[in-house]
Design a protein around this ligand. Sequence first.
Ligand SMILES: Cc1ncc(C[n+]2csc(CCOP(=O)(O)OP(=O)(O)O)c2C)c(N)n1
Ligand SMILES: [Mg+2]
Length: 666
Amino acid sequence: MLLFAAGLLIASFLKLQQLNPGFNYRQLATFETTLSVDRYGSPASLQRFLQAALPRIRKLPGVESAASVSSLPTEPSLDFPFTVKGGAIPRHGQSSGDSYYLIVSSDYFQTMEIPVLKGRQIEQSDSEHSPGVVVINQAMARLRRSDQVVAAFFGDGAIATGAFHEAVNLAALWTLPVLLVCENNGFSEFSRTSDQHPVPLRERARGYGIPHVLVDGNDVDAVASATARLVADLRAGRGPVLLEAVTERVRGHYEGDQQRYRDADAEPAPDPLERSRRVLLANGHTQDYLATIDREVDVEVDRAVAEAMAAPWPDVERMYELGDVRRVIARTRPWPAPTGDPTELRGSQAARAALDDAMADDDRVFIAGIDVAAGGGVFGITKGLAAKYPGRVLDTPISETAIMGLGVGAAMAGLRPVVELMYLDFVGVCLDQLMNQAAKLGFMTGGATQVGLVVRTQFAVGRSSGSQHSQSLEAMLAHLPGLVVVAPATVADMYGLLRSAIDLAAPVVIIENRLLYERKDEAPPSGHRTPIGQAFVARPGEDITIVTVSRALHTALDAATQVEADGISCEVIDLRTIAPLDVDTVLASLRRTNRLLVVTEGVGDFGVGAEVAARAVDEGFWSLDAPVRRLHGPSTPVPYSPPLERAWLPSVERVVDEIRTLCRDR
Ligand SMILES: Cc1ncc(C[n+]2csc(CCOP(=O)(O)OP(=O)(O)O)c2C)c(N)n1
Ligand SMILES: [Mg+2]
């Protein structure tokens, strides 16, 4: 329950302006707002604002924290300032966010002149997910050589997560200007802080080699002065720092929480609002003056609640407008297709050329990942780029959550991060950042932010890499709405899909097959883009449609060549984009060939083949002259032993047999 701390922290930033008149509020990334210095610049108006704002926060139903988490958009054009945590009036809105808008923004946030929330949907976000995201707008600040500072807020419970460790470790390693603010209210949901952590936070800070500052979180002045001092230090190049604001819960973890886990005769929590009131009185304000403000606040809150209750339900269309990545892709078209002579390149060279050209064209593009800088990446894809683009190729610790969080934060801040996940198999250790942050933030912020993040990763079966370095998990990722998943099968697409992914204002996971790194083939002229969301007819044919993912294209093409001798004409379609799936191209082909086979190098159960088959039956049933068949790996981990690995992969022979069987009665 971050109620106190929220108000205090917001107040503290206001105070900060007062203490430091030259302070540009916009530069404080977490609170990137249009808060007017003129309006709140004088001590009297500030005090008036505090007195008005704090009770308002308390009165809002279900609002736990107005500033619980955030990775800050640091780009001026991105004005989504923070994620709001907590419940809301559930009657209204597609999600809690719409209610928040009505309740919160119509009075509290609008008072703060944060126009961004107006009419937009923001939704609750749990701080436990977010410290990883939080980390890295700094990369931004760093890359831009600006003096931006990031403030990241989280509860005492959230510091037990791995994301917290990775984020703080990276922030400390890179000396990032991050103010890490722990709102310690003594409880993590229903558990006491003392039962959650073996050492106090101070000890953890010591472990990361960063300063720890303890402050009374119920004291507005104390929080404000500590914050002002620490932010100045961060601007001077020091950082990060952990500010622990100790506060109290004034009610349960959620609306209706009986708090049975609490000590019944514990002292009531000290009330920072009462404390602020006493300060104002001591400073010469009268009871009457404060009572007037209270009444004004009541009127405003009542009006906001009435407005919220009377508001219409959101239009269903809005869900698609915000949540369907096809819309983002449609907005990005047309894809440039420069003319020029193709060159012969290996797949690895094509991927490197795409990164090189993208970095040359756009200084917002940067690369981060394990061993990508000095080492050039385990497959040499980023070789030479660190020297060519100083400061834009960043080696990270083995911290995939922080790597993805860095990417999400940087993308929200308007950069074009290309982060590397060394092996697709490792996606499990950072899935939250992809699934709950990258994929959803555009939707949850009502489009106020965009996550133009590219994750490059690779897999392959066929070189005895073993069960933990071989899996093709495209179907798992494709199941997550909001993520775009692409898989190049050719040298040309190794270049073109990567360029297009970097262009797109949506998160894209590009899954490369490392065996294609060695393949030499025609590469398109520099600047070429492969359209995202469009499958490619790699070989036209009449009798059967073979749909493939990644390297299975070449297996299918070889098989198609072999069955030519039998008079069977195969149409081979490389999906190129897994999500969103280009069903139209597949169905158009099926209407002509009436037979469908899907070949992938992943596990078949619940896989891409299953999806394509289902769509073919749903929408193409009357075109089918034979059952839809799939060839894929069995439902076992990918083996290490070469003969077993060969048995695991769909071979050219199996594809040939399947084609012949399907076309028998032609
Ligand atoms: C990764 C994850 N695990 C569990 C939860 C469920 N959960 C929501 S809030 C919370 C407690 C967090 O403690 P703290 O950060 O101290 O916040 P407070 O309870 O004080 O509001 C938990 C366990 C979650 N949101 N995310
Ligand atoms: Mg807590």
